[in-house]
Design a protein around this ligand. Structure first.
Ligand code: SF4
Length: 367
């Protein structure tokens, strides 16, 4: 294991020092095992470079959907804090940042303010707005400021492919270490742990504590209690096959795309009953989605949609949206912590007022 770790740190170190331009590195950090290992390798590599050669800026960015599973968010925030402090102590050019969706695109604003029906497989309106756009915006800003940026991801090939490649005599330089990003012009992807197996990732994390301090026991416990899985940083719809499926157990706590929130349920089952109100709310939200009495016949644009001779229901009615907000606020009380911000509530009230004014105008015109 020692040999693998050293080889990986050396490869990251060499990559950092390569290239004529010091385009910034951006580490997509989810707090899960893969991106933690990447962050750890980068940190160790930076510590191994003399200060005069630390000319490339490294950004470690985490995205907070504002409806993150509470299990993940506390681990994530603690990790960010530890990394930031470590970078400060060792005087490394590493900046920690959190991205969030715009107020107009938060889960609550779209669901309760605009009445979007809770997301499902056919209408997954959330991934782009909650995850892809905030991260992409940060990357684009860096590309604009520096001419290009390199994104470090903890993605890995699937296990059988790793084995096959190793049998085919593994050669790292068969691929260039950077590949252009599909949709973000000027952004390149670097995947430092692409050829590791899941077992190797765990072995490395448990054998080598992060250079910023502490160890990875909180991470190990999180996975154990939440029954594994993770929701990696998401940069495009193709990157997100696991987002909102049962293989992603660390998604939003509100996710109605999955049948059951297995990670939170796992926590409740292991005695953390404080999360039970969140599960109840999510289950209820999923249940009411297709209740026609809670949906408008018209879309917000005023149009009526008919498919296969049947009316396609529009958004939740304003009365239903009010009911959802009330239930969410009751859930907050039962849970004992905020689940929606004051800014979101204000934006929701404005969206209701706009919709009611438009509905009244339509009725007035048709009379
Ligand atoms: S975890 Fe679920 S709710 Fe969150 S962005 Fe993914 S699909 Fe949407």
């Amino acid at each position: 294991m020692h040999h693998i770790y050293e080889t990986l740190v050396n490869a990251v170190r060499a990559e950092y020092l390569s290239g004529e331009q010091d385009y910034p590195w951006i580490i997509g950090f989810s707090g899960g095992k893969d991106s933690t290992l990447v962050a750890q390798l980068v940190f160790a590599a930076l510590m191994d470079i003399s200060p005069s050669r630390l000319n490339r800026k490294v950004h470690l960015i985490a995205n907070d959907t504002l409806v993150e599973s509470p299990l993940v968010v506390s681990h994530l925030m603690q990790s960010l804090q530890e990394i930031e402090t470590g970078a400060l102590i060792h005087d490394l050019p590493l900046k920690v940042a959190t991205t969030t969706p715009e107020l107009a695109h938060t889960f609550w604003h779209l669901l309760i303010g605009k009445g979007y029906p809770s997301p499902n497989q056919q209408m997954r309106w959330c991934t782009d707005r909650l995850k892809i756009q905030p991260t992409s915006r940060y990357i684009r800003e860096q590309v604009t400021a520096n001419g290009a940026a390199i994104i470090l991801l903890g993605v890995r090939r699937n296990e059988s492919e790793v084995r096959r490649r190793r049998i085919d005599s593994y050669q790292n330089d068969a691929d260039s270490s950077l590949s252009p990003h599909n949709s973000l012009v000027g952004a390149y992807i670097y995947r430092p742990i692409v050829d590791l197996t899941t077992d190797e990732v765990w072995e490395l994390l448990s054998s080598f504590p992060p250079a910023w301090g502490g160890d990875n026991s909180r991470l190990v416990k999180l996975y154990r209690d939440a029954a594994g899985g993770e929701c990696p940083i998401v940069l495009s719809q193709e990157d997100a096959p696991g987002c909102g499926t049962n293989s992603s157990r660390f998604g939003c706590w509100t996710c109605t795309v999955v049948e059951k929130d297995r990670s939170l349920q796992g926590f409740v089952d292991s005695g953390n009953v404080q999360y039970a109100p969140l599960i109840d709310f999510r289950d209820w939200l999923k249940e009411i989605r297709n209740d026609q009495t809670l949906r408008q016949s018209r879309r917000r644009s005023g149009k009526i949609t008919v498919a296969n001779g049947r009316l396609v229901p529009g958004p939740f009615t304003v009365a239903a949206r009010q009911m959802i907000l009330e239930r969410l606020q009751a859930t907050e009380k039962a849970y004992g912590a905020r689940l929606i911000s004051d800014a979101e509530i204000e934006a929701i009230h404005r969206a209701w007022a706009e919709d009611l004014i438009q509905q009244n105008q339509r009725e007035y015109i048709s009379e």
